[in-house]
Design a protein around this ligand. Structure first.
Ligand code: TEU
Ligand code: CA
Length: 545
């Protein structure tokens, strides 16, 4: 069976540094700000922080465009601050997982500066170049994920380079062994500073074949990951999580199967994409359908029953706030936030909390395009308005699904700027900070924070939460998510009502029983009856046997 690792019982916490805590009043979060809030994270009980990029960067994509992998962005602090963060977190039993963005660099990285200056520079081949089409235009019509052509022209070398994202994010050429060696060297340099692992940005893109227009999970992906494992990861007690927008249960174990020697787990998005319109994309979200969502999540529970491992998340810096998207950010916000946490955190896998989720932060109520900062939102805005989409329709889509929904400043207190900064925040604070903030929520024994603290502790303390097998039931219910975990003679029954109405459910054979209530949002229950009435957004977990 599986050897137990520390991250099997740990909960991760994602920090988006720009929006977490500002120590010097320039309106931008920073590393000293994070250090000053470590108490909050220790209190939650988390095992590690996934730190979104803090490296030197022109910040075209808020740090997902790295100009120097071994330097810290001056607005976030210094390398000394980073070492202090690693050390002070460690004293509290918290590891730091760095964001590794190596599908592309910034166009201001020294490699790219050399590459664009001369075809003869060794770094030229670190990127992906093609000659112009006969008419001088781009080699073909491939489009970038953030809008516009995927090719940009460089006069000095008379060629086009490929960028999957923005022109400021040229794709690295993983076919070049010298480039790969540089990346591995950089990874070892960070690991030697004492970090706890890597979250690997869009790692499933590194095996791409641009000419064949195969980007995700391309022909050389797994060779590269296995080489990276041999060169860097093997023999170290760290955690690795690869981001993949394409991975499915068919390909999942290629990354995280135990005999594969690649990664520990992936972030997969099939349950997230369920909420997007397949043709019109994320800015035209469709009504949430719980059945599809459950199908995808349970498929991954099934896949990782005997091999591999998975991550559990509903939110991150690219996604909307989970209470707003999946449940209710109005009258039932508190219950809904607890319910989403209950049903997610009691699955098998490593759960991730995105900053602010633990107090039920909501989407940003922006009404005008000038309130948005995210380049994806702004680029899509231009393209869609040009294509004739009415302004109100675009803003409605952005309010539901723009990446900026989760990037408004962390709400610490009801005071000015939510206690995030003493200056002017780089993006507006959500006006609901006067009611939704850490100070007020933590003063309530039955607050959202207290609920999260309990879930995080259960994973550390209870084998059944960490390792039990998952058995879904009521799969066809559009209103209730239900499953039980099993370990030996024990069962943990978990139920969550995804609606603002009471739900009467009839449980299948073998679920009923008396036991101990581990989690409840609406008063304890120590018995799971055959017929059960759930209050709006109620959730509970009862341990039987
Ligand atoms: O995201 C990967 C990615 O594909 C996203 O751009 C995704 O398509 C989009 O957010 C959906 O709306 C990673 C990072 O998490 C993201 O912040 C970066 O912008 C992107 O890579 C490029 O590094
Ligand atoms: Ca600052």
């Amino acid at each position: 069976e599986q050897r137990e690792m520390w991250w099997h019982r740990a909960t991760g916490y994602q920090i988006y540094p720009r929006s977490f805590a500002d120590s010097n009043g320039d309106g931008v979060g920073d590393i000293p700000g994070i250090i000053s809030r470590l108490g909050h994270l220790a209190d939650l009980g988390i095992g590690f922080i996934w730190l979104s990029p803090v490296y030197a960067s022109p910040m075209v994509d808020n740090g997902y465009d790295i100009a120097d992998y071994r330097a810290i962005a001056p607005e976030y602090g210094t390398l000394e601050d980073m070492d202090r963060l690693i050390a002070e977190a460690r004293e509290r039993g918290i590891g730091i997982v760095m964001d590794l963005v190596v599908n592309h660099s910034s166009s201001l990285h020294d490699w790219f500066r050399a590459a664009r200056a001369s075809r003869e520079a060794p770094e030229h081949d670190y990127y992906i170049w093609r000659d112009a089409a006969p008419d001088g235009g781009p080699p073909d019509d491939q489009q970038a994920a953030f809008g516009g052509p995927a090719w940009s022209w460089v006069e000095e070398v008379g060629r086009y380079y490929f960028h999957y994202f923005s022109p400021a994010q040229p794709d690295l050429n993983w076919a070049n062994p010298a480039l790969r060696a540089e990346i591995y060297d950089m990874m070892r340099w960070w690991l030697d500073r004492g970090i706890a692992g890597f979250r690997m940005d869009v790692i499933s893109l590194i095996g791409k074949d641009v000419d064949a227009r195969v980007y995700e999970e391309g022909p050389s992906l797994h060779d590269h990951l296995q080489e990276m494992h041999r060169e860097v990861l093997a023999g170290r007690d760290i955690v690795t999580i690869g981001e993949s927008w394409s991975v499915s249960p068919e390909t999942g174990l290629l990354y995280c199967g135990r005999d594969r020697r690649e990664l520990d787990m992936v972030f997969e998005f099939s349950h997230i994409r369920e909420g997007w319109d397949p043709e019109r994309g994320k800015f035209a979200p469709r009504p949430f359908d719980l059945r599809g969502f459950k199908r995808e999540l349970f498929a991954w529970q099934d896949l990782t029953r005997h091999d591999g491992w998975t991550s559990l998340f509903l939110s991150n810096h690219d996604l909307p706030r989970q209470v707003s998207f999946y449940a209710d950010d109005g009258p039932y916000r508190r219950e809904a936030a607890k319910m989403l946490a209950t049903v997610l955190h009691l699955l098998k896998g490593t759960p991730f909390i995105y900053q602010g989720e633990e107090i039920g932060m909501t989407n940003a109520p922006f009404e005008r395009i000038d309130q948005y900062r995210d380049l994806e939102t702004l680029n899509h805005f231009e393209a869609q308005i040009a294509a004739g989409v009415p302004l109100e329709e675009f803003i409605a889509g952005a309010r539901r699904n723009s990446r900026d929904n989760s990037r408004t400043p962390m709400q610490w207190s009801p005071g000015p700027h939510a206690g995030f900064t003493t200056g002017t925040p780089w993006i507006e604070v959500n006006p609901n900070a006067s009611e939704i903030n850490v100070e007020q929520d933590s003063a309530q024994p039955d607050g959202i924070l207290a609920h999260y603290r309990k879930l995080v502790a259960l994973r550390r303390e209870r084998d059944i939460v960490a390792f039990g097998e998952t058995e879904p039931f009521l799969a066809n219910s559009p209103a209730v998510m239900a499953y039980q975990r099993r370990l030996g003679a024990q069962r943990l029954v978990v139920l969550g009502n995804f609606t603002g109405q009471e739900q009467e459910v009839e449980l299948p054979d073998g679920v009923e029983g008396a036991g101990t209530c581990l989690v409840a949002s609406h008063g304890e229950r120590h018995h799971i009856p055959r017929q059960l009435q759930l209050a709006p957004y109620e959730s509970l977990a009862v341990l039987i046997g």
